[in-house]
Write a protein that binds this ligand. Structure first.
Ligand code: BES
Ligand code: MN
Ligand code: ZN
Length: 506
């Protein structure tokens, strides 16, 4: 998709040659528009006068071949108060117009909105990408969009160029996360994910190491291996590096749960909706998405991405309830329920993460059905060992419109993890299931500055709109870009101009 940012006022938008012109209108901007001259303000004033349109959020009016407007179709979009969220919803509502056959070039003109901020730009870009995303890989008659060109028209291009670039990068990351999330498990194996990581690592400042089954055994990751042992698909432990700052700067380490299919193992899941367990690698997909965005933006930070990827299957070799295994860091675990596999693959990845002495360690996982019950599809569950980290992530979520909600980590919640036969069990009863899972993970992070995002409710949508959401790529990229500002190297100083693009490929 060719996507450009352009300076255009309303007169410019009226004479833009395109197939569809999207024009968001806010209630607060109406008087100024009515007072203006030109074709578009005139059309708008007339539509308002006849009661055919209002700027209320969600309103739409479709105009065809209006005289004085070059675009064949014009879509007026009511955005209420003109908030980022209302703009996002309006663009989503216009998706059928962008996907319509015969639409080759679309223009979204924000020049009628009174107070366009950087956040509006970044989110408009993301929403446009989102509206244009189509899953195609396994559809034999998939029709690619005819839309090949998008123009975002603003009053002053230079003022919002950074926000545009950030929006683009986040959108590409979200799309990659969505695409991998959506792919069926037989088209998104651990090996496929490893290849995707290797492809990403061709970008400047990036590198990738794939640890296969033998390497993982050598590392002693027996909790991870226990989950994979019931599957014919070889496990892969994916290690991605992005080096945008000096070697001395401690990295942020992201760990993504990469269960490419979760049957539950011997503790088999019921058949209903089991297909959705292809989404159980959305944590991993979000890490890939973040690296895609890093490749685009090249910020001055260091990030490590770790993905334990395998299937959770029941076969003759599968791990059994009651089996006791020893994790990479030497703790013994009684596997009471083979369906609580996410924490088993993650605990070894978290132990491995410590070797990078991370400034911050964040794991992202579709970890518990209990989190879906607690928070639904609106906010991801956030756990953090440190209040400032919790605040930073919460704020990043607000800024990115990718919300999370902090949950507690009182030690009393760990009571149920006690086992008569090992250091701990891998489950702790039905109560507070998302929290007890987090308490399990906490035993493997030591004193690291750690956060855990339970994205079981937010990573995909069920029902008619079934599909991955690309969350929480927005939250994570927003957080990482904020780290750039606090990292010592990013302060005004002797950093050489242009140095970020010149680093050698690995
Ligand atoms: N991948 C699931 C969590 C899940 C379930 C996410 C439903 C989204 C929707 C995870 O591996 C799992 O099965 N968790 C169990 C844990 C239980 C056995 C303690 C669960 O939530 O039921
Ligand atoms: Mn499971
Ligand atoms: Zn799972």
């Amino acid at each position: 998709m060719n996507f450009e940012l352009k300076t255009l006022d309303l007169a410019g938008a009226a004479s833009a040659h395109c197939d569809v012109l999207l024009l968001p209108v806010a209630q607060t901007g109406i008087e100024a528009l009515k007072a203006g001259t030109g074709t578009l303000p005139g059309l708008l004033a007339s539509a308002l006068e006849h009661g055919d349109f209002s700027a209320e959020a969600g309103k739409q009016l479709h105009l065809y071949q209006s005289s004085g407007v070059e675009a064949r179709r014009v879509l007026l979009l009511g955005v209420g108060q003109g908030s980022v969220r209302e703009l996002r919803d309006a663009i989503q509502g216009a998706a059928p117009y962008l996907k319509a056959e015969g639409v080759r070039h679309a223009v979204l003109c924000l020049s009628a909105l009174p107070a366009v901020q950087e956040a509006h730009i970044a989110h408009a870009v993301q929403s446009l990408h989102d509206a244009c995303y189509q899953y195609q890989l396994t559809k034999s008659k998939a029709k690619p969009l005819t839309l090949g060109k998008l123009t975002l028209a603003v009053p002053d291009k230079a003022a919002v160029a950074t926000a545009f670039a950030q929006g683009q990068a986040i959108a590409l990351g979200q799309q990659l996360a969505k695409e991998w999330g959506n792919r069926p498990a037989n088209h998104a194996t651990p090996t496929d994910l490893a290849k995707a990581a290797q492809t990403l690592a061709q970008a400047p400042q990036m590198s990738c190491k794939i640890h296969g089954p033998k390497d993982v055994a050598k590392l002693g990751m027996h909790a991870f291996m226990a989950v994979a042992q019931g599957s014919k698909e070889p496990l892969q432990f994916i290690e991605l590096h992005y080096q945008g700052a000096g070697k001395a700067q401690a990295p942020v380490v992201l760990v993504g749960k990469g269960i490419t299919f979760d049957t539950g193992g011997i503790s088999l899941k019921p058949a209903a909706a089991m297909d959705e367990m292809k989404f159980d690698m959305c944590g991993a997909a979000s890490v890939l998405g973040v690296f895609q965005a890093l490749a685009e933006l090249q910020p001055q930070i260091n990030v490590v991405g770790l993905i334990p990827a395998c299937e959770n299957m029941p076969d003759g070799g599968a791990v059994k309830p009651g089996d006791v295994i020893t994790s990479m860091d030497g703790q013994t675990i009684e596997i009471l329920n083979t369906d609580a596999e996410g924490r088993l693959v993650l605990c070894d990845a978290l132990s491995y993460a410590k070797r990078f002495a991370p400034s911050t360690l964040i794991d992202i996982a579709t970890l518990t059905g209990a989190c879906v019950i607690a928070l639904g599809g609106v906010r991801s569950g956030l756990y953090a060992s440190c209040d400032t980290l919790a605040q930073e992530l919460q704020q990043a979520g607000e800024a990115a419109q990718d919300l999370c909600w902090r949950m507690p980590l009182d030690e009393d919640y760990a009571e149920g993890l006690k086992s008569n036969f090992a250091d701990m069990g891998n489950v702790a009863g039905r109560a507070a299931g998302s929290i007890t899972a987090a308490k399990f993970l906490q035993r493997f992070v030591g004193d690291a500055r750690w956060a855990h995002l339970d994205i079981a409710g937010t990573a995909w949508k069920e029902g008619k709109a079934k599909g991955a959401t690309g969350r929480p790529v927005g939250l994570l990229v927003q957080y990482l870009l904020g780290q750039q500002a606090v990292a010592p190297e990013a302060k005004p100083g002797p950093k050489k101009a242009g140095s970020k693009k010149t680093a050698a490929k690995k």
